[in-house]
Design a binder for this molecule. Sequence first.
Ligand code: TYC
Length: 108
Amino acid sequence: MAPRPQHDDGGTATETAAEKKLQKPRMYKVLLHNDDYTTREFVVAVLMSVFYRSEAEALAIMLHVHNNGVGVAGVYPHDIARTKIQKTEALAREHEYPLRLSMEPEDT
Ligand code: TYC
């Protein structure tokens, strides 16, 4: 007879509350929205300074958003995503730009 596994296989059906604490946090996409007033330079600058993107990545994300209306700045746990949105929108308001961001769960 085949031996039965002694330990949980990591599947979700039999996971306990203690095991759940060891799971990865749900991740959220931070979405950047296009507008007609925020400068390309400002968007690239915040992608580099707030989202730690390289200049080449920042430029590619900015152009994607400019051309498609929306794009992903990064993927983070909920609190970090929320903080990055707040920081970026605060910087934008200081410069009187209408730049908007939002977040959505990664797996939907
Ligand atoms: N569309 C803006 C312009 O042409 C640039 C821009 C890109 C603004 C991305 C916002 O999320 C944005 N100046």
